[in-house]
Every structure is written in C-alpha cells, then in structure tokens.
Design a binder for this molecule. Sequence first.
Ligand code: TEU
Ligand code: CA
Length: 540
Amino acid sequence: ASNIDWWRGATIYQIYPRSLMDSNNDGIGDLPGIISKLDYIASLGVDAIWISPCFKSPMKDFGYDISDYRAIDPIFGDIDDFDQLIEKAHALGLKVMIDQVLSHTSDQHKWFAESRQDKINPKADWYVWADPKPCGAPPNNWLSIFGGPAWQWDSRRRQYYLHNFLTSQPDLNFHNPEVQQAVLDNIEFWLQKGVDGLRLDAITFCFHDQQLRDNPAKPENERAGRGFSEDNPYAYQYHYYNNDRPENIVFIEHLRALLNRYPGSVSLGEIASEDSLATMAEYTKGNNRLHMTYSFELLTPDFSVEYVRNTVETLENSLGDGWPCWAVGNHDVSRVVSRWAGNANSEAFSKMVTAMLCSLRGSVCLYQGEELGLCESEVPYEALQDPYGIEFWPTFKGRDGCRTPMPWHDDCVNGGFTKGKPWLPVSPAHLTKSVKNQERVTNSVLNTYRQFMKWRKEQPALVTGALEFLPISNEVLVLKRKSACGQQVLACFNFTNSNKQLDLGELSVVKNITPSNFEHSSIEFNEVSLKPFGVFFGLL
Ligand code: TEU
Ligand code: CA
C-alpha cells in the first residue's frame, strides 16, 4: 500500500487513556502516561493508535461528553503533551487517530449553555428542541440507549431537548448548516496538528427525523440487541427516526472533502445502526464517503464458525468497493476471552482470535490488553463507574469490566499502573498476565502477538489480499487470501478447545508457514492437525 493508503489492512491499537498508564499518580491514565508507553506499543508491530477521547469533558461518559473540542482535559494533560505524543508516535512510525464525538456534546459545552437560554438566541437551533405534547409528555417515543426517554425537560426554555445517550449528552442539530460547519472547523484544528485519522463516534446518530415521528415497535423475536441489557427498552424499538437518516450521507461527503485536503488522513465511522451491514456499505461506497466503517458484528456474544463466516461473507458481498474495519473488543463490550471462550484455555484462544481477526480482509482495531489475553474484570457494584452499568445492574453490569487499568508489572502496587488509588480497581486476575511477566516467556500471548504482527506485514495476501472462505468445517474456520501479486495463503483457525484433524481435499499446501510461537500445528498428506484453539497458515 502506498503511504497515502496506509490504512488499508492496517492494525490499529485502541488506547483507553484513563487506563493505559498514570504518570502523576492521581489514579487516572494520562497523555504523558501514553507517551511513556509508545515504545511498548510500537514494539507490538501495530500501524496506528486510536486514542479514545482525551478532550475537555465533565467525564459523565468518560470523555464521550465533550465540553471543549479544541482542548485537552486537564486530567489527561495539555496541548503540549498532545503535540509531543504525535511527534513521538510519528518518530516511531505510528499513525495517530483521534476520537471525534460529533452527534452530541456535553451539557457543559458553551454552545449548549447558550442554546438553552431562550428560543431566540443565535444558537437556539443548535440542539434538538421540541415542545411537549399538550399533556406535557415528551414529543414522541424515542428512547435513550442508556435508559429512559431520549428527551429531557429543560425548565428554562420550557422545552424538551433530545439526547440519544445520557441526559448530559444533548444531541446537536445537524440539520442546521452552522452546526455542520462548526463541527468541521473543530476537526480541521486537529488535522492541522498532524493527526492521521478520525474515529467517528456514533456517526449514524448525527441526524434525526425533523417530523419527530414515533419509532415503530420491534417484534419480540428481533429484540436480541448487541450489548443491550434485556431489560433495556431501547431494544424493543426500531430506530428509523432518531438515527441513521439519509441526510447523514451528505454530511459525510462534506467531511470527506475536508479530509481530502489533508492527504493520508482517514475516517473510520462507528456504525451502530439497526441494519448495520447495509449502512456500512452506504457509508463507504465510492471514493467520496468514509474510508472505513467499524463493524459491531464481531463484538456480539455469537461465536461459531458459521456465525463468523456468514457475517463476514454477507458484509463482503454488500460492501462492494467499501473497506471494513473489524474488532473483537473495545471499551464498550466485555473482553473477548470471557465473551467468546468463557475464559477457557485463554492463552491459546487469545492467540487464535487475534490471528483470525488479522486474517480477514479489511483493517482491524485491537483493544489495549488484548495483546495480554486479559479476561473481563469483576467490578463490584460499589466500584462501578459506568452510568450505563449503574442503570441496568445486575442484568447488565456495564462497561467497567473491560476498562480496568493495564497490568504492567505484577511486583508493583496496582500492577505498576499508578501509585495512587486507581479510578477502577486493577483486576487481581490480570497481575500474572502483566507485560513484564509475559516478556520473559517466548511463546506468551504478548510475544506471539508481536511475532505475528511482524510476520503478517511480510505476507501481502494477509494485508490487502482478496478473501474467500472454504466451507469445509463447522469447527475450524478455513479461509484463503490472495494478493494482487499472486501470493496465496490458506489459514485455519480451530474454534474449539480440543484437537482437530482437517482434510483439505484437493487443496495443495506448498509450505507450512505458521509462525513458531503458536501451538504447534502440522500438515501431512493434506491433513492438518490443530491443537485446541490452534492455527495453521500455509502457502498455496
Ligand atoms: O458508542 C455508541 C453506541 O452505540 C454505544 O451505545 C454502544 O451501543 C454501547 O456502548 C454498547 O454497550 C459510542 C462510544 O463507543 C461509547 O463509549 C459512548 O458511550 C457512546 O458512543 C456515546 O458517546
Ligand atoms: Ca494521571
């Protein structure tokens, strides 16, 4: 890939800044902490970092509620730290992507303070305001993802405002062209600082139906939501009218035109919509929309050869020339080792799942801690921080279990993350998996991850090659990648925790190229032998 196309097939390491490394012992990770760990991150062999929001915020949703889009929150550092971070990352060959939360601001943003004053101020129409129904009820049945109605009464304006997320996250009114321009200006501020890309938070939520029509109810058999608590009524509706509006596309095209003025800068849209596969295709179609869309499909509880194959195939078929980005974990869902493997044989599983993810066509986001094979942390109710978890406890325990601090050294207090009181407890189960411990072991999850990332870069078929699944087993995922220059790689991933034999039939493997740190797999007379959660790579 040429330099400007660096993002195709790239591996992007997601940093949750509160939990990577605390430099000043106030218990919260920060930018100097990230800077001190950039050498470590570069040693993983990833291409880029994506930093979850580090902008000024009252932290009601831990940074996803922004009160000043051009300032770093003092808890994380200042703008000089940010400049240094970019400089050092670039020197290490890492691209830097920032998180942009456009659909809503914090209620502490000065735009909202102005907008809520009255109905005639210059920003009166910057948010989504609506009169109550004659009985005083909210204007329609829209719901907040985090519980309760999507409307909050404002006693000063004597109107309701829309919030798809927390009441402290009022939705901007993107139908107003001034709002669009203000948002693009803020983005340009960061592009001028040299960031290489944007992860666009909840990008399908920017626009709402101006007629404020009620969302239709969902039949019971369609309610299985991703990450939603069963008792979250949000899962009981379709959301045609509060998000995923056609107007989104036009805005995306403006955004792309801005990015095109900064060659090499990319956009990765988080597509959390009902019909996400079709939406992903729409959002990446042609060369004038998003570069990549972030899929939720592997963040679900579903884990089987059939599920992964069908999901990826369906997306590939609908995507056309669009480019997907895959992830099996992030700061919103439980850790993949726990979610998909119930913590069984977690080391072998972690190695396999990373190799599998990085063998799909597209780019990938790897969440901090996955390189250590971390399991979901048990966070007791008293220590909960996530408002979403507090709302729906205990049917949904929230998102704190995947947000606990990184374990660096198991012989230091709090795993070496902080000498203060960490904002979330360091999981005792994570200590033996600390970076320091794993660095000592040749075939640890960490060292396997490093070896694999380095090796993958040398296999053009795995970086940008075409993908084809071979439906020869329901227990082993088998796929083929073929690069433009003709390299053909066969990859097999054992999705079970037991030994598997696989007959490759007509296929002839020229060479076993499986990196040495994986559990040993072998091939004899076209029969591949895989260890529990084992992997096999062969040249065709
Ligand atoms: O998430 C968008 C989103 O749709 C989430 O509600 C997701 O479905 C949920 O968290 C799954 O458990 C983004 C961010 O990733 C999330 O952390 C923020 O809370 C949210 O936007 C609001 O900004
Ligand atoms: Ca700190």
